[in-house]
Write a protein that binds this ligand. Structure first.
Ligand code: NAD
Length: 503
């Protein structure tokens, strides 16, 4: 069964009923750029009905540590759309980022950032770049699960899920199809993270095969990011996980010369949020000098999303014509290409005056009809056979000689389990470690069934969990400081844990 994420909104548009949107004017320059944007949307005939909501600095300072009131959640959930100006997170008081809260609470799994050059009007080394970064928005290291486990070691859990990968990769290919893009590049680090990034890559290959008309390509993130920075014109759509996407989307916006001009869409199955990528710019707030282009571009994506692509094109073309005509806010003003340094409101008026016109040199915007209808199939979990093969037990131990802890654990009566190896920071240090390896107080001790043959190609035997519990009890009795365990499984006969480096 397919879930049409936008059926409801598109239907409203077809019925000529205004699409209701929650509008947050935000903090700093937020109200100025939002007023400018709404004035343009209104003049262009966008069929929308704003419902204003409060979130951000004032809500935080009123004592609500989330930065968003209960009533605001109700309005967002009812309207399923939010156009949001940047907000200020008060510093130093431990407030949680409202943006991360909104993205995760509303299931906004895709962060879509289209960036194209506006050369020669905005300076860039890459006049022809036109890249869309589609970043997974909910998981990866941004799950924010961190622990200090020993005096010397802290950890952050990287969570990559199959449904998360399927949604974002499918979205990227559907986006490419609907917006007439030719190529999707996936960026991962699966030469190192074979399970987490390996899953992202595997899902990418699976889904890419369903879109033969679109070229697909997978790159390792380090060289991929370098090539993207050196030759962005070779890229079209880039899909990647949360942290890599956070980094490369800023690189792409920066090298286009227009970090203050890009908009972003945060897309979920039921709700979508549109915003500029920049912050609330308190240094220029209240001066009527901010560039409203980032929010204007976000609102154009919103119109396409709700099935009003022609109005989006009308605004985009007027905006391009305004940039071409040299009406520039202070941030992009330059002697060579600018005709007039305009205020925020003058820029909006200039765009309104050009509604109905198209740019002369910059490419005209012409989004396909139905651009808003991207479909994501409901996730179906496959049945897989899961077998326990052992356990990694993490121990806080202040000694320095791996032989010492290795011998102690090997001689332990571990019932039906035996020590296979110990690693420190992922590198095998027992048996047969190297003297040069630096060891912290964080020891990962791998126990497997006594029946397991530990040759070069180990053949693991199943383990019962009560054996693991008995081993943990024994370790506690013997005075070992167990800080964490990870079970070792196979799924459908496939080993589902990484080997130690040097194992
Ligand atoms: P910022 O993007 O607000 O400002 C960085 C620089 O860019 C400043 O010099 C600013 O004047 C300039 N700038 C930004 N947008 C501009 C525009 N539209 N026109 C002209 N110049 C513009 O980043 P920051 O200073 O690091 O953060 C300020 C506040 O914004 C912080 O409280 C931060 O938490 C918040 N923030 C919010 C969001 C969001 O709501 N999505 C995103 C990033 C930062």
């Amino acid at each position: 069964m397919k879930t049409d994420v936008l059926r409801e909104k598109s239907q409203k548009t077809l019925n000529n009923k205004a699409v209701k949107i929650a509008v947050a004017k935000g903090d700093g320059i937020g109200p100025e750029i939002m007023d400018a944007t709404l004035k343009i949307l209104n003049a262009a005939g966008a069929n929308i009905e704003p419902e204003y909501v409060e979130l951000g600095e004032q809500v935080y300072l009123s004592g609500n540590s989330t930065g968003i009131a209960k009533e605001t959640w109700e309005v967002i959930n009812r309207n399923k759309l939010i156009l949001k100006a940047p907000i200020t997170t008060p510093q130093g008081k431990g407030y949680k980022s409202l943006n991360v809260t909104l993205r995760k609470s509303l299931g906004l799994f895709a962060n879509v950032r289209p960036v194209s050059a506006l050369y020669p009007y905005v300076q860039t080394h890459f006049p022809n770049m036109d890249v869309v970064v589609i970043r997974e928005n909910e998981e990866d290291l941004y799950a924010g699960i961190e622990h200090q486990q020993t005096q010397d070691v802290v950890q952050c859990l990287k969570l990559i899920t199959r449904p998360g990968c399927e949604k974002i990769v499918r979205y990227a290919f559907e986006y490419a199809r609907v917006y007439g893009r030719k190529k999707v590049t996936c960026m991962v680090k699966d030469n190192i993270m074979k399970l987490t990034d390996g899953l992202f890559h595997q899902v990418f290959d699976e889904i890419a095969s369903e879109y033969p008309e679109i070229t697909s390509d997978a790159q390792i993130i380090d060289i991929g990011a370098a090539r993207l920075a050196a030759n962005p014109e070779n890229y079209d759509v880039v899909v990647t996980s949360n942290l890599y996407g956070d980094i490369i989307s800023d690189i792409v916006a920066e090298i286009a010369g227009s970090v203050g001009m890009a908009g972003s869409a945060n897309i979920g199955t039921n709700v979508a949020m549109f915003e500029a990528i920049h912050g609330s710019a308190p240094d220029i707030s209240g001066k009527n000098m901010a560039n409203p282009s980032g929010l204007i571009n976000a609102s154009i994506s919103m119109l396409a999303h709700v099935g009003q692509a022609p109005i989006g094109d009308k605004i985009k073309n007027a905006w391009l014509a305004t940039i071409e005509a040299g009406y520039h806010t202070a941030d992009i003003y330059n002697e060579k290409n600018s005709k007039k340094k305009v205020t925020t409101s003058e820029f909006a008026d200039a765009v309104i005056a050009k509604l109905g016109q198209t740019p002369h040199k910059l490419p005209t915007s012409n989004m396909a009809e139905g651009t808003g209808t991207i479909t994501i199939p409901t996730y179906k979990r496959r049945v897989e056979k899961k077998i326990l093969l052992g356990v990694d037990i993490f121990i806080d131990w202040k000694g320095s000689d791996p032989e010492e802890i290795g011998q102690a654990l090997s001689s332990l009566d571990a019932f039906k389990l035996k020590l296979k190896m110990i690693t420190n920071r992922g590198v095998k240090v027992f048996p047969s470690g190297m003297k040069e390896t630096y060891c912290t107080d964080h020891w990962r001790c791998r126990f497997v069934s006594k029946d397991t043959q530990v040759d070069a190609q180990p053949v693991y035997s199943p383990v019962d969990y009560d054996q693991v519990v008995a081993l943990l009890s024994k370790l506690y009795d013997e005075g070992f400081d167990v800080i964490k365990t990870e079970n070792l499984y196979e799924f459908d006969g496939k080993r589902a844990f990484s080997l130690g480096q040097g194992e």
